[in-house]
Design a protein around this ligand. Structure first.
Ligand SMILES: NC(=O)c1ccc[n+]([C@@H]2O[C@H](COP(=O)([O-])OP(=O)(O)OC[C@H]3O[C@@H](n4cnc5c(N)ncnc54)[C@H](OP(=O)(O)O)[C@@H]3O)[C@@H](O)[C@H]2O)c1
Length: 241
């Protein structure tokens, strides 16, 4: 497939490498300027924000959450058949307080409203390091949650993710995607398919943002990957699955 990626952080660049290696045609853009891609470690072609939306089957959005509203004008020329994947997560300490999200609006529903187009939420519930390794810290196969309202789009995204060696759990409609937002048992806890299915079911909406903020209190910049996953599992309630 022809895939465009907006955002060349740890998630966008890692996705570019896996999908390039799987045989897809990749182009990647930075919302601000193509110059920002100069020292980035990605696979595929660096293009401008205007070029990245041209002649693609799938567009992957992988930028800080609070920047998403800036995409609207750029995406107005996007072909209506292009599948859009939203990888973003909301962290108030980084993104500022967004009132409607604080009042319970589902993050990817907000993203969809901001850009005025439907999205599939995917690639948001794996840490960048997990996505790089494709497996959990102890080498086991892991699963990713996806949500969205268009079943054909979800099937295409599911095949794409399976191709790179990750199992997929369909979590249903976009409005249900709070079940894999930061703070949920399914969020960055490196679960296999059956454990992820269970984690998505046991999530409690009101606890999700509380647990997200609780983890941030314990986070230290020099933490090892395994320790971050263990902390997430404990605080988010995935350690007994
Ligand atoms: N990191 C993870 O483990 C992880 C896991 C799952 C989902 N996510 C979510 O996926 C998205 C991407 O995360 P990420 O960690 O890969 O990278 P990120 O730090 O969010 O940066 C992504 C891209 O956006 C650019 N960027 C930064 N500030 C910007 C601004 N004000 N305007 C336009 N572009 C800007 C970055 O450029 P520079 O590199 O030049 O700053 C980079 O190219 C985020 O929403 C994040 O919450 C992250």
């Amino acid at each position: 497939m022809k895939i465009g990626i907006i955002g060349a952080g740890p998630i966008g660049t890692t996705i570019s490498k896996h999908l390039f290696d799987a045989g897809h045609e990749i182009k990647i853009a930075d919302l601000r300027s193509i110059d920002k891609l100069k020292d980035k470690d990605y696979k595929g072609n660096a293009v401008t924000i205007e070029d990245v939306i041209q002649d693609i089957n799938v567009l992957i959005i992988s930028i800080p959450f609070h920047v998403v509203p800036q995409l609207k004008n750029h995406l107005s020329q996007l072909d209506e058949h292009t599948i859009i994947i939203d990888t973003t997560n909301y962290y108030p300490f980084r993104d500022g307080n967004i009132t409607s999200i604080e009042q319970g609006k589902v993050e990817s529903v907000w993203v969809s409203e901001q850009i005025g187009k439907p999205v599939i939420k995917a690639f948001n519930n794996l840490l960048a390091m997990t996505l790089q390794n494709i497996t959990s810290a102890d080498g086991k196969k892991i699963a990713m949650a996806i949500s969205g309202d268009n079943q054909n789009h979800k099937d295409t995204v599911t095949n794409m993710i399976r191709e790179i060696g990750i199992d997929v759990v369909d979590n249903g409609e976009l409005n249900n995607s709070w079940r894999h937002q930061p703070g949920a048992p399914a969020y960055c806890t490196e679960l296999n398919q059956s454990h992820l299915e269970h984690a998505l079911k046991i999530a409690v909406k009101s606890s999700v943002p509380i647990n997200r903020d609780e983890v941030m209190k314990h986070f230290k910049p020099n933490m090892q990957h395994e320790d971050i996953v263990a902390m997430n599992r404990k605080v988010y309630g995935a350690d007994t699955l």
